[in-house]
Design a protein around this ligand. Sequence first.
Ligand SMILES: Nc1ncnc2c1ncn2[C@@H]1O[C@H](COP(=O)(O)OP(=O)(O)O)[C@@H](O)[C@H]1O
Ligand SMILES: [Mg+2]
Length: 215
Amino acid sequence: MLFAKNLSHSFDYLLFENVNLEINPKDKVAIVGSSGSGKSTLLHILSTFLKPKKGEVFYKGKNIYKLKEKELIEIRRREFGIIFQFHYLFNTFTAYENLQAAALLADREVDFKLLKRLKIDKVIHQNIQTLSGGQQQRVSIARVLTKKPKVIFADEPTGNLDKENANEVIDILFEYCDENDASLIVVTHDMEIAKRFKSCYLLKDKRLIAKPIRS
Ligand SMILES: Nc1ncnc2c1ncn2[C@@H]1O[C@H](COP(=O)(O)OP(=O)(O)O)[C@@H](O)[C@H]1O
Ligand SMILES: [Mg+2]
């Protein structure tokens, strides 16, 4: 479904080269690597936000960097859900208004069961800036799931959470994928989290390599 071929990228220096990755419905993939290895950059490339210096990314057989603007917007609105490392919630709005905006753009409804599951149902009418970092992170996850995406890209989605809550968020993302035939790509530096994924890749020495998981 999502297929990356021979990706290379550099800013001031070469970050990675010859990166290949294939993701199919229900696949759950973790990408680990030290800070600065290019994990976030790779995620941006896979999710339509950064054209790689070399290589191609195909989604449903089409090169995402050769799509017409309209097709690209459709994919971003409805098919891809991106949980960024730093959330981009509207700070002066309530959590609920943030979710409504996402629902409206994707022609979906806000799912109250999900809010309960994410433990944000009681704070949903508060302004974003009055929520804790962890609550904000959960709202940003709810916002993405509200869209009912087919591929979720998540950059350190559990970065602001304690261990128990981090595991619970991963449970929710896994459940979502199984119930919706969606796939999940998570970038994390947390090996405890990475171990929960069947498929794990390591970005190291400018290459992406499959990493066998021992647990
Ligand atoms: N837009 C950019 N312009 C220039 N350099 C960048 C940009 N984005 C990231 N970098 C650099 O690329 C390297 C990898 O960054 P990043 O992909 O964020 O790594 P990671 O997520 O693995 O920590 C870092 O050295 C970072 O400073
Ligand atoms: Mg990063």
